[in-house]
Design a protein around this ligand. Structure first.
Ligand SMILES: O=C(O)C(=O)C[C@H](O)[C@H](O)COP(=O)(O)O
Length: 247
C-alpha cells in the first residue's frame, strides 16, 4: 500500500465514499526520506487530506452541520470530531449526511468498538492520541486511513515495523515540539506526522515547514466562545486564516 496507513482488507461496516482530491501536503516519502512534499493519493493518506485538521469537541450534535459548513467554507474540509462527548457519533452522522464536501473523521478513537461505531456513523478517517496492538489491529482492518498517536522514537520504530508510516505526534508541544520532530527526521525519515496538541496559528507554520510533517491538528480555529454563541462566521474566518498557512 505504498507505506500509507490503509488496510487492503475489506472495509468496515459502512463503506464510505472515496475521499475527494485535496490540497494536502503530500504522500509519505516511501523509503527515500526526501524532503519534497508531493501531492498525496487522497484515498489513502490522512496527511494528504489538508494541511490543517480542525479537532472538534462537540457537546450538541445540532451544531455539527453549521460548524462543518463554516470550516469547509473557510478552506478546512478535513474535520476530526473527537469521540470524547456523547454527541460525537450523531455529529459525524449529520455531517456525513448533510455536508458531503467535508471529509469527516473520528478522533480520540481508543477501542475496536469505537472504530466500528465511528465507521458506521460515516467516519472517513480515524485518529487516536495513542495506540495499542488491539486498537492498531482494528484500525488496520477498518479500510479507511488512520493515524495512531506516538510521542517517542520507540513507538515510531514499533509502528514502522508494522508498516505504519503516518502517525499523530501527540501531545506535540509538550512532547518536544518541532525540535523533537527534527531530531526524529534524521534516523526515521520514513515516518511522517500530524503534530497535534498545543499548536496555534503562530506555531503551526514552523511545524508545517518540517519535511516529516504532513499536516497539523488543532482547536485554535474553534474557540469555546464562538461555539457557545454559535458564531459560525468567526469560525469560518479563523478557518480561512488557518488554511492560508499552507499557501
Ligand atoms: O482528543 C484527542 O484524541 C487528542 O488527542 C487531543 C487533541 O488532539 C487535542 O485536544 C488538541 O487540542 P489543542 O491542544 O487545543 O490543539
Amino acid at each position: 500500500m505504498g507505506g500509507v496507513n490503509r488496510a487492503a482488507s475489506s472495509p468496515g461496516p459502512s463503506t464510505p465514499p472515496p475521499l475527494p482530491a485535496s490540497p494536502g501536503r503530500g504522500d509519505p516519502h516511501e523509503q527515500t526520506g526526501a524532503p519534497s512534499k508531493p501531492s498525496a493519493s487522497p484515498t489513502s493518506s490522512v496527511l494528504g487530506l489538508a494541511p490543517v485538521i480542525p479537532v472538534v469537541v462537540l457537546h450538541d450534535a445540532a451544531d455539527a452541520v453549521p460548524l462543518a459548513r463554516a470550516l469547509v467554507a473557510g478552506g478546512l474540509p478535513a474535520i476530526e470530531v473527537t469521540l470524547r462527548t456523547p454527541a460525537a457519533l450523531d455529529a459525524i452522522r449529520a455531517v456525513t449526511d448533510e455536508v458531503p464536501e467535508a471529509v469527516i473523521g473520528a478522533g480520540t478513537v481508543l477501542t475496536p468498538g469505537q472504530v466500528e461505531a465511528a465507521l458506521t456513523a460515516g467516519s472517513r478517517f480515524l485518529v487516536s492520541p495513542g495506540w495499542s496492538p488491539r486498537l492498531l489491529g482494528a484500525m488496520k482492518d477498518s479500510g479507511v486511513p488512520f493515524l495512531p498517536g506516538v510521542s517517542t522514537a520507540s513507538e515510531v520504530v514499533t509502528l514502522l515495523e508494522e508498516g505504519i508510516t503516518e502517525m499523530k505526534f501527540f501531545p506535540a508541544e509538550a512532547a518536544g515540539g518541532t525540535a523533537y520532530l527534527k531530531s526524529l527526521a534524521a534516523p526515521l525519515p520514513q515516518a511522517r506526522f500530524c503534530p497535534t496538541g498545543g499548536i496555534g496559528l503562530a506555531s503551526a507554520p514552523s511545524y508545517l515547514a518540517l519535511p516529516n510533517v504532513g499536516c497539523v491538528g488543532g482547536t485554535w480555529m474553534l474557540p469555546d466562545e464562538a461555539l457557545a454563541t454559535k458564531d459560525w462566521d468567526r469560525v469560518r474566518r479563523l478557518a480561512q486564516e488557518a488554511a492560508a498557512l499552507a499557501a
